[in-house]
Design a protein around this ligand. Sequence first.
Ligand code: AMP
Length: 281
Amino acid sequence: MIQFYTSDELQSHLTLLIKQGKALGFVPTMGALHEGHLSLIRRARLENDVVVCSIFVNPIQFNNASDLEKYPRTLEADLALLEPAGCDVVFIPSVEDMYPEPVKESFNFGYLDKIMEGKFRPGHFEGVAVVVRRLFEKVQPTRAYFGLKDYQQIAVVKSMMNQINSPVNLVPCEIVREPDGLAMSSRNVRLSAEARDRAPVIFQLLKSGRTMVANHSPAQIVEYVVSQFQLHPDFELEYFEIVDSETLLPLEAFSPDRSAIACVAVWLNKVRLIDNMLYSD
Ligand code: AMP
C-alpha cells in the first residue's frame, strides 16, 4: 500500500493508472477506521483494479468546534487496517493541501440541506460537498463508495454530482452494526462504558417502529418512538423522522409504491449518534 501526503504526489501516481485504463474505486473517510469503513474498502476491492482511500478530518464540515477537536485520530491503527482490507493507495492530505485558499464554491441543495441533519448541523453538507468534489477531482475515481449509515449525505453527494455533471459512479453500501445492533461509528469510542451499554436502544427503537408499519401511520410511529426516547433520560433526541427514501420529504402515509426510511439523531453522553432503517421491504 502506498501512502501519499500531498495532492501532487497522489495525482502523478493515479494519472498513470488512469491512462492505463484501470478502474479506480475510492473510499473517502475521516479515519478512526472500523468495520463499517473496511466493508466499503472490501467492496471497492471486488469491483475495481485499484482501491484508493482518503483519510482527512475535514474541518469545514464540522459545525461544532469541540466535535472537530474531539474527533478521534488513529492514523497508525488505520494504516494497519487498510492494507489487509485490500487498499492500494491511501491519501492523507493536510488541511493546507485541501484548502490552499479560502473556500469560495457553493452548491444549491434546495430543501435537502435544511431538513434532518441539515437543520441541526448548519453548513455541514456544504462542507461535505466541497471536500467530496475536491477529492473526486484529485482521485478521478471510476466508483466511489459511501455508507448508507449517512443516508442524507448520499442524497447530498448525488445532488452535488448532478450539479457538476460528475461522471463518478456512486455506490451506496449497507450499514455495518455491532452485534448488539449499534451502528458502527468513529464516535462510538467516545462513549463511556455505561453509555456504550445503553446505545443499542437506538437500534431497538428503530426496530420497534418498523414492527408498527402495517397498522400505523408514519405520524403515529413517530409519536410512539419519540415518547419511548423520552422514557430514557440519558438520550436527548434531536429528531426521529419517517421520510420518503428517494426525496427525503416527510411521509404522510405508507404506500406500496413509495419506500420509507426512518432517520434518527440523538445525543448520548455528549456524543451525537445517527442511524436509520428502511421501513419498506
Ligand atoms: P466517516 O469516516 O465517518 O466520514 O465515514 C466514511 C464513510 O464510511 C462514509 O461513507 C460513511 O457513511 C461510511 N460508514 C461509516 N460508518 C459506517 C457503517 N457503520 N456502516 C457502513 N458504512 C459506514
